[in-house]
Write a protein that binds this ligand. Structure first.
Ligand SMILES: [Zn+2]
Length: 477
């Protein structure tokens, strides 16, 4: 069912007030990864809680306990659980968003103060940390709720909301909360029929998207050590087993320069794409040029768009990230480092999981190291990981979002899988056992974790209409 015309008009008429509210939210530097800003994350939780209550949401702040960050014990910011409506004849939708942000300093290269929302005078971009990730989308929901509250109009669905303040720092405490309250034992999340997460982006700057998959991750640290101190190459070169030489050799055996993962069994776990899948990729509004613009250079692995997009979305990838302990300063120091650690990670896709992939990685590295006959020592650690997620994009939850996109944007959405990870997505999907939809508000060039983060004014305003319309479409699918 279409959203009421008055709702769409209300959004246009109140656009300036909505932008002012976004400006108030951006002004609170709720950086979860910086202990000196922890009080601001709490302030942001209180601000959002007040805003939700003001539009009729019944809320509770949930204490998630303490954690250790940078050797300091800190109180975790609360999760906000909210609800409106409890009509058994209506569907119940769970909305998720996060009110913490990535760090930002003007000196990082921002053109303006990151915590003062600036409306660009000509293109209308709303520039400020959190504008797109993820305060804009959360405020989109507030805008929708404000219309229903002010006009006394009933929502077409029951809503539950879960907003957290630790997403940018690993969502600490949230998994436990979802598992405790969502495992079907009469907990708070019981009765949820589907989930909508608005915390990602269109593939490009032109076409709205619905996202149905995320890659998982497994991250390794590989340490080779030998001498008890750094050595001089003039004295020890060609005399001892050098840790760096061993490490570079091992890291060189992990991935080919064209992206093929060389660890036996890893690429092979993933089934080939079906014709239907290939059709989705070839239909996406994305070109090699888009990829090269995003990378800032003409370095795509292939000229075939389908291959490149599948490389990002539906195949695993292995990337080398760095070497700790290596000489990395300027100049020509002739050191032989005593101990070096290489870091690499693998982005995973179904049916891969860290549990299935890690033993293959470890066995392969050990056997490659054994071939070197080195007297150095090898130590392998897996630092962290998460499983991939893929949803059924033919589910009514996606159908409602597709109809809403067509109604608001007059275009069909791109169906995308993301190369990155949002771990809470999988937690909701697995714990609640319901369909999860990622419904992005912002564009692919928003610079979410970068400098000059922005949300286009039209994405905020039309995006608000999209969120509201989605709820009406949900009621009728
Ligand atoms: Zn986010």
């Amino acid at each position: 069912m279409p959203a009421p015309t008055e709702f769409l008009q209300f959004v246009d008429q109140n656009a300036d007030a909505f932008i002012q509210r976004l400006s108030d939210a951006v002004a609170i530097p709720s950086i979860s990864g910086d202990a000196s800003h922890r009080k601001d994350v709490f302030k942001m939780a209180d601000w959002l809680n007040d805003q939700l209550k003001a539009v009729g949401v019944e809320t509770q702040l949930v204490d998630l306990g303490k954690h250790i960050m940078d050797d300091e014990e800190l109180q975790l910011p609360p999760a906000i659980l909210g609800r409106i409506g409890n009509d058994p004849k209506k569907k119940t939708v769970l909305l998720y968003g996060h009110f913490d942000v990535q760090p930002a300093n003007k000196s990082d290269g921002w053109d303006t103060d990151p915590f003062t929302l600036v409306v660009h005078p000509t293109n209308g971009q709303l520039i400020g940390r959190g504008s797109s990730d993820d305060k804009g989308p959360i405020l989109g929901w507030l805008n929708v709720l404000q219309y229903h509250f002010q006009t006394g109009k009933e929502l077409p669905v029951n809503l539950k909301m879960c907003f957290e303040g630790m997403e940018e720092s690993g969502s600490e405490g949230l998994d436990d909360l979802v598992k405790r309250e969502g495992s079907g034992n009469g907990g708070w999340f019981d009765g949820v029929d589907c989930v909508c997460i608005s915390d990602n982006y269109w593939l490009n700057t032109r076409t709205p998207a619905l996202t149905y998959g995320l890659r998982g991750l497994t991250y390794f640290k590989l340490t080779v050590s030998g001498p008890s101190r750094d050595l001089h190459s003039g004295v020890f070169g060609r005399t001892v087993h050098e840790p760096m030489t061993d490490l570079i050799h091992l890291m060189g055996q992990l991935v080919s320069p064209t992206g093929k993962i060389l660890i036996p069994g890893v690429d092979e776990m993933v089934p080939p794409p079906t014709e239907e899948e290939k059709a989705i990729y070839s239909g996406l509004d994305y070109s090699i040029q888009d990829i090269q613009d995003a990378a800032g250079a003409a370095i795509a692995l292939s000229d075939d768009k389908v291959n490149v997009l599948m490389g990002r979305m539906r195949y695993p990838s292995l990337s080398l990230h760095g070497i700790e302990g290596a000489f990395s300063g300027v100049g020509a120091k002739t050191v032989i480092p005593a101990k070096v650690s290489g870091k690499f990670s693998i982005r995973l896709v179904p049916p891969q999981t860290p549990d299935a992939v890690n033993p293959l990685v470890i066995a392969y590295l050990q056997s490659e190291f054994a071939k070197l006959n080195s007297k150095n020592k090898l130590h392998i650690e897996d630092l962290h990981g998460g499983k991939p997620w893929v949803a059924d994009h033919k589910h009514w939850n996606f159908e409602a979002a597709k109809r809403a996109t067509e109604a608001v944007y007059k275009q069909s959405p791109d169906l995308t899988r993301e190369g990155g990870s949002i771990p809470v997505t999988l937690t909701f999907a697995e714990t609640l056992g319901v369909n999860v939809l990622l419904l992005p508000m912002g564009r692919g060039d928003d610079g979410a974790h970068s400098t000059n983060e922005k949300l286009d004014r039209s994405n905020f305003i039309e995006g608000t209409k999209l969120l509201g319309t989605y709820l009406y479409e949900l009621a009728s699918v």
